[in-house]
Design a protein around this ligand. Sequence first.
Ligand code: AMP
Length: 414
Amino acid sequence: MPFSKLGLSEKIIEGVRAMGYVDPTPIQLRAIPLILSGRDVIGSAQTGTGKTAAFGLPILSKLGQHRPNHSPRFLILEPTRELAAQVETAIRDYARFTDLKVSVVFGGVGYGRQTDELKRGADIVVATPGRLLDHLEQGTVKLDKVEFLVLDEADRMLDMGFLPDVRRIIEKCPRQRHTALFSATIPPQIETLIQWAMQQPETIEIGARRSPAETVKHVIYPVSDTQKTDLLLELLNRVHYDSVIVFCRTKHGADRVASTLRRAHHAVAVLHSNRTQRERQLALQGFRDGKFEVLVATDIAARGLDIADVSHVVNYDVPQHPEDYIHRIGRTGRAAATGDAFTIMVAEDASHVFAIERFISQKIPRVKLENFDYRYTALFEEAKPGAAAGGFPGKVRGGRVHGGYHFAPSGRKR
Ligand code: AMP
């Protein structure tokens, strides 16, 4: 079914055409008619499924034209400033043939431009909760005319402690409104929010909630703690990658890994919340343009960002929460493209790795790099027959590992 048959307005169909989209994605096919018909919608879909257009296109169609001197009619809440900026760009693109005004509101930057824009009157506001509340308190914006509310990445807003702010914001919106909520998982607190904020919502689930993209190949590289960085450097040397995101647990860890990679002459950008907004934008832009081939990031900074065509995701640190594994590798293997997800594992990560494997219902193969000078780690014992720890088949003989391990190809990077 083409976009032109979904009931969208002419101007919005033109916008979609200009974006080069040919066919709607599955979530768009399901969500667009529902939202156009006025239903509240809960969308549970992986990142990269096209959810921004799934809610953006029908709501923009319904908004029609700009209303001068009018408070916002469409409010989108996002957990991070990067996501807010990204969604704002997408909405502007979709609405480019209309005269609708879009404003973005997030912390970490001055109030001036945001205040001016809000005062001039925006039809659509994309915001992070904290800064929006500041503007509400200062009286620069009112939400009493909001007709459409979208809570994007609701589970992440919960993780980041934003739910009380989200509730305060919803309380300022009219009860008579349409609400859509997107969340990869629906924990009990989100369920409660749904009951409170939505009216007879229809749930759209695209793909199994828990399963990572099927086009991604997962591999674990066990190594001793002291060799993590050497292994990462070696992996980057050997793998034929176009663009890589390296995930680290902490901001300091990310900075350290980035400097090591720079010393090894990789073009590296860093994305974490201690960087200024401008630094983060330059990092993202440079990575998208191909100026940087490696992006080192923490989970919060990279969450949900639309970074297309990442050939590899490397977990320098194993994520603490299984859901983060899915979010991280959501950067690769998007749409039809295939991708690789590498996880570097040290002995103390074992329980987290098993939790991830349980979560995705998939055993991830352990792989050793051929001719890498491995120091011993107890993890290698997992490969012994009957070993209790991991129960992986295989055996260790004379220092060379057989059976349980695959050997990664040793070709050099292009
Ligand atoms: P999202 O899940 O909204 O972050 O979208 C992920 C990426 O898919 C973005 O780069 C969108 O521009 C792109 N996209 C969304 N819908 C379509 C579509 N129907 N056809 C092609 N690309 C799309």
